[in-house]
Design a protein around this ligand. Structure first.
Ligand code: DAH
Length: 342
């Protein structure tokens, strides 16, 4: 009976151990034989108490041999499984350096942003500080203080979105000039980028667009200083050799006022489609700050003078990148912005 059980244990282990493929399952199988309480070997030991006394030593020896064999067999197999498991883990976690990587898309800056950054770079290099004004202004800052009182015909130059009787979406970054001059003493040298709003909508106008305003106030500032600075600006933004030209114009907040043209960077001034055969392209409005504007801000016009300029960022972007419809700048099609990646 005991011999049969011993033979059965060996057979069971030999038959089954080869089918086990994890160390966890092997551990469970091992317990069924070697568990101190319920293991089959412990059961055999317990069974010895029923044997005749003289048979006990011989039998004890056989069980001990069996136990040693069971332990060695399981240990050997455990080592084999652990080695296989490790090999599998190494294989699963191996990095295939030849595999193509996961491609991540890199976005592109919007042309407006590129122009704004470029302008800030150019003017910061000439000592300008950045002032960002508010998009909602009151009538006083957007018009009256800029020498454009109510019923002034110049108000018709810009179709205004009113938020209330008093407040409006600023039509020009020029409104920022007043805030700056009210709060700082000359010398003043600021650049003010920002969004402006006008009820205007066609291939070259959008109800929302961006402007870049500049203002310099100090002693003895004249139109010559403006032109000198514009020459540097146009060469930097449109290319070496591009010249500027001032044409008389009208803005209520400057006197004299000028329209600034740059020589055509596409044809070098000979005349082409871009400059409509004239050799010149209009890029911004400017002038000497009107003395009424200085007075409105508490700056003595007999002591100080200044120049100001304002340009449309989209216009510069369209000229520089050859974009012929302003809508392309506002459609949020990332493929559009991607074209200007550098
Ligand atoms: N604010 C003007 C516009 O929106 C542009 C402009 C012209 C700004 C002359 C200036 C300036 O500062 O001096 O059309």
């Amino acid at each position: 009976m005991m011999e049969e059980m011993i033979g059965g244990i060996r057979a069971e282990i030999e038959e089954k151990i080869g089918t086990i493929d994890s160390s966890a399952a092997l551990y469970e199988f091992r317990k069924t034989f070697l568990d101190n309480k319920d293991g089959k070997i412990s059961q055999l030991m317990k069974g010895m108490k029923d044997l005749p006394k003289e048979e006990k030593p011989a039998f004890g020896k056989i069980i001990n041999e069996l136990k040693t064999w069971v332990i060695e067999t399981f240990d050997a197999y455990d080592e084999k499984i652990k080695a296989l498991e490790l090999a599998k883990k190494n294989q699963d976690e191996a990095i295939d350096v030849t595999m193509p990587g996961v491609k991540s898309e890199v976005g592109a800056l919007h042309p407006d942003t590129m122009i704004i950054n470029e302008l800030i770079d150019i003017f910061a290099g000439m000592g300008f500080e950045i002032y960002e004004g508010k998009e909602i202004e009151n009538d006083y800052y957007n018009f009256t203080a800029l020498n454009t009182p109510k019923d002034h015909p110049a108000r018709d130059m810009q179709d205004t979105f009113y938020v209330s009787d008093e407040f409006l979406l600023r039509t020009q970054t020029s409104a920022g000039q007043i805030h700056v001059m009210e709060n700082a003493k000359p010398p003043i040298k600021i650049l003010s980028p920002g969004k402006v709003f006008r009820s205007d909508d066609d291939a070259t106008h959008s109800p929302m667009f961006s402007q870049m305003e500049g203002l310099v106030v100090d002693k003895n500032i004249s139109l010559c200083d403006l032109q000198g600075m514009l020459d540097i600006f146009s060469a930097r933004i449109f290319g070496e050799g591009v010249k500027t030209r001032l044409r008389p114009s009208y803005f209520p907040f400057t006197e004299p006022s000028v329209e600034v043209d740059v020589s055509c960077f596409a044809c070098g001034g000979k005349g082409c489609k871009l400059c409509k055969g004239t050799g010149w392209i209009e890029v911004l409005g400017a002038g000497v700050v009107n003395r009424h504007v200085l007075e409105n801000c508490g700056i003595d016009p007999d002591e100080y003078s200044g120049f100001a300029f304002g340009m449309g960022v989209e216009r510069i972007a369209m000229l520089k990148y050859g974009i012929n419809n302003i809508k392309a700048l506002f459609e949020s099609d990332t493929r559009f912005a991607d074209q200007f990646k550098n």
